[in-house]
Write a protein that binds this ligand. Structure first.
Ligand code: SF4
Ligand code: SF4
Ligand code: SF4
Length: 262
């Protein structure tokens, strides 16, 4: 720490950068809390900065899709006390991991005429490459969990992140359950809360953007979707829209979502 302030580095990999925008635009109390720390590296906030560390905290945004990112991530890990993925891309693969549903070349040639100079690899979450010390979930990341983490860091206590499904927030909003009432394929039961049940509160189903909830019973929900008439392909798509297909949904089972500890 310098001047008693924790040193924070913010690193961006493959993503839309929406989580870094959140960091900048979060409500007043988060910015006030961030004033108690020193952001020593964040390309979106400043030019320059101390890229090589050491850091008390590294906030990592984005999915890992290139070899140089893995190497940099390992270096960051070696000079950082707390490595925290922020947002669904870094936490569980997010939107970029949709590409893992197809062969790499098939995806590349669908987008680019000339693929000869592409160096991208399969899309994976940060914890596939380095140990992490917690997750700030959301797409974009949630304000409540970020404030909890920074405050806990300053107080020297263990942060308590939200770990219950969107359904809990949905019931607190007194919403009609669109899964039960309308048979819409709502991902709320297996998705980590934090958004305030935004979509069911606006008359549409949850599509899982905050990523998997710890100990979610994905198989039961997949079976429910199948009974509602969704094809295997549609169910697979539902479960991999915001997470890498290490979910590996096969007929009759959803492996990772049964055991995921995120
Ligand atoms: S988690 Fe969502 S908002 Fe954040 S970088 Fe990824 S796509 Fe963008
Ligand atoms: S609408 Fe979706 S999120 Fe809300 S209670 Fe029903 S299943 Fe859960
Ligand atoms: S998709 Fe689900 S997790 Fe994402 S904002 Fe909507 S209700 Fe929340």
């Amino acid at each position: 720490m310098s001047d008693g302030k924790p040193r924070i580095g913010v690193f961006k990999y493959s993503c839309c950068a929406g989580c870094e925008f959140q960091l900048i635009f979060f409500q007043k109390h988060v910015l006030e809390t961030l004033g108690k720390v020193e952001i020593v590296f964040c390309r979106m906030l400043q030019s320059g900065g101390v890229e090589e560390g050491p850091f008390d905290v590294a906030l990592i945004e984005g999915t890992i899709t290139e070899q140089w990112q893995i190497e940099q991530l390992r270096k960051i890990r070696s000079v950082t006390t707390y490595v925290i993925p922020i947002g669904s891309c870094a936490v569980c693969g997010g939107v970029p991991a949709i590409k893992n549903n197809e062969q790499e070349y098939t995806i590349q040639s669908r987008v680019y005429e000339d693929t000869s100079r592409l160096t991208s690899i399969r899309a994976h979450s940060v914890d596939q490459y380095v140990p992490v010390d917690g997750y700030i979930k959301g797409c974009p990341m949630g304000e409540r969990d970020l404030a909890e983490f920074v405050t806990s860091l300053l107080l020297g206590k263990r942060p308590e992140f939200i770990q219950y499904p969107v359904c809990v927030e949905c019931k607190l909003q007194h919403n009609i359950c669109v899964l039960v009432a309308y048979h819409w394929p709502c991902m709320g039961p297996v998705t980590n809360a934090g958004c305030g049940a935004l979509c069911p509160s606006h008359d549409r189903e949850c599509y899982g953007c905050w990523g998997p909830m710890k100990n979610a019973h994905a198989r039961a929900l997949a079976n429910r979707f199948a009974k509602m008439g969704l094809s295997e392909e549609d169910i697979c798509r539902r479960f991999t829209e915001f997470g890498e297909p290490t979910v590996e949904w096969k007929p009759g089972q959803v492996r990772r979502w049964d055991v995921v500890q995120k």
